[in-house]
Design a protein around this ligand. Structure first.
Ligand code: NAD
Length: 465
């Protein structure tokens, strides 16, 4: 809950520093429509308009129980989402979302038609609207013109995001070779990016690497029947992750240090899960987590490595203790826990590892060499862990938050904090729930084709953008 005194002070400080006030972002709440208004689908695909038509059919079709069974081609059999979809821009119409299907673009010249048709609609994009592109990954084996067009799309998305207003977001889905627009994770990513669950995800390209994964039986409870461990769950982002995973149907094991026992118990009770008091740097932490999950809940499916600490100091002045403690909590513990789970034989049912990185792990940050080593480490760790989970239908991915309003960032000096809030295209700090929504998406069956990636939740922070 926002403190009215600090809110007023930050507004005053923003005014003094010449910052414009941020537009409040709309977050998910029960009963909200997936998209609150008209949706424009532009673009083409292989074959005349094939991919764009398939996406339009998905968005506009009548809602029914989705089938989680892939057809013989490995693509999901899709039921529609009942949205109000248009295939051609109507002058002066206000759209809540614009979806640009660019999978068939094979030369930069071919960007003209769909992109300029979209451009004319953006002035009237609804407050909190969405722009989502669907394109293909550019690789060295592409013909140069194909690679140029595909890579160009990424930079256009980032540019549209930088120009967006009114709390609207712009993001892209980048499909790997051979992944159809109807693959479970392409569909899952589209739904995530259109919804308010992605309120603070802005200017990002989300890669869908494979056709793995499945659509959930219930989009409001994609984690039903899953048991998820969340470390550092007593407060801040970890507590929000515990609440969000539980909201999405998971049974949660909330882990934190014994000193945070009271807060931990409160979170565990709130989400009807169980609490496990544990320092994750304990040598047997992995075994303890697994024993607890198996004994209390019968299985373990999802691990969210969220616990983290900072011990900031300019690198030249850093002590061994500052360096070692951050390495121990933020990365060494995660590696050891993963190793214990992967060798246990009990983490094999489409398992998911989601680890919290940071924009510091991508770009570095003054005074945070120790933290940067660990948060960059997380990005490398998930990339190399994902292939180990693939034989079991599992994935490992990371979420890299930018500036998020928590007790950790509340300790920053007021002016630094206010400047940090403004350093992204949405000109505000994110909330713990924004990180939690991305974690829940990556933990879900509909993200099974997102493999070893790092998704930024940063409002398009300039750091490392
Ligand atoms: P926080 O300090 O509010 O909460 C961290 C939690 O981890 C605490 O409850 C703490 O007790 C627990 N923890 C610390 N060491 C532990 C250990 N050894 N064993 C078990 N639990 C332990 O932090 P937060 O802001 O909620 O951050 C959560 C994660 O997100 C961290 O990994 C952090 O690095 C990352 N992150 C935060 C931000 C931000 O802006 N707040 C930005 C980027 C990344």
């Amino acid at each position: 809950m926002a403190n009215p005194i600090t809110t007023t002070l930050s507004a005053k400080l923003s005014g003094l520093l010449g910052f414009s006030p941020a537009v409040p972002l709309r977050r998910w709440s029960a009963g909200q429509p997936l998209v609150d208004g008209k949706v424009l689908v532009l673009g083409s695909g292989t074959g005349p308009d094939a991919d764009a038509d398939a996406v339009a059919a998905l968005l506009s079709g009548s809602p029914a129980q989705p089938s989680a069974t892939p057809d013989s081609a490995g693509t999901e059999v899709l039921d529609g989402w009942g949205l109000d979809v248009y295939r051609h821009p109507v002058p002066d119409e206000r759209y809540a979302a614009v979806v640009l299907v660019l999978t068939g673009v094979e030369h930069p010249d071919a960007l003209h038609e769909p992109l300029l048709a979209a451009a004319s609609t953006l002035k009237k994009l609804a407050r909190g609207g969405r722009v989502v592109t669907i394109s293909r990954t550019a690789s060295a084996s592409d013909a140069p013109a194909v690679a140029a067009a595909r890579q160009g799309v990424d930079a256009v998305v980032r540019t549209i995001a930088k120009e967006s207003r009114g709390g609207a977001t712009a993001n892209g889905i980048v499909l790997g070779d051979g992944v159809p627009v109807t693959a479970a994770s392409a569909v899952g990513a589209l739904r995530f990016l259109l919804s308010t669950r992605s309120a603070f995800v802005h200017g990002q390209l989300l890669a869908v690497d494979s056709t793995a994964g499945a659509l959930p039986a219930d989009w409001d409870a994609p984690l039903a029947g899953r048991v998820a461990v969340v470390t550092g769950a007593a407060r801040g982002i970890g507590a929000a992750i515990a609440r969000t995973l539980a909201r999405d149907g998971a049974t949660v094991v909330a882990v934190d240090v014994p000193a945070a026992g009271e807060q931990l118990a409160a979170v565990a009770n709130e989400v009807r899960g169980t609490a496990l008091q544990l320092d994750i740097t304990a040598p047997d932490a992995g075994a303890t987590i697994l024993e607890h999950a198996l004994a209390r809940h019968g299985h373990l499916d999802v691990v969210v490595h969220n616990a983290g600490i900072t011990r900031d100091k300019l690198f030249a002045n850093m002590t061994e203790a500052q360096w070692d403690s951050v390495i121990a909590v933020n990365i060494a513990a995660q590696l050891a826990i993963n190793e214990a789970l992967l060798t246990s034989g009990d983490f094999t049912d489409a398992p998911r590892i989601v680890s919290i990185s940071s924009t510091t792990g991508l770009a570095g940050n003054r005074g945070q060499a120790n933290y940067a080593a660990t948060k960059g480490g997380v990005i490398g760790m998930v990339r190399a862990t994902a292939p180990l989970l693939e034989p079991f239908g599992g994935t490992a991915n990371a979420v890299a938050p930018g500036f998020i309003e928590t007790e950790m960032t509340a300790r920053m000096p007021a002016v630094t904090r206010q400047v940090a809030r403004q350093l992204n295209s949405l000109q505000q700090g994110g909330l713990p729930v924004d990180v939690a929504e991305a974690v829940s998406f990556l933990a879900s069956p509909q993200a099974g084709g997102v493999v070893g990636r790092t998704l930024r939740v940063c409002g398009q922070n300039v750091v490392g953008a």
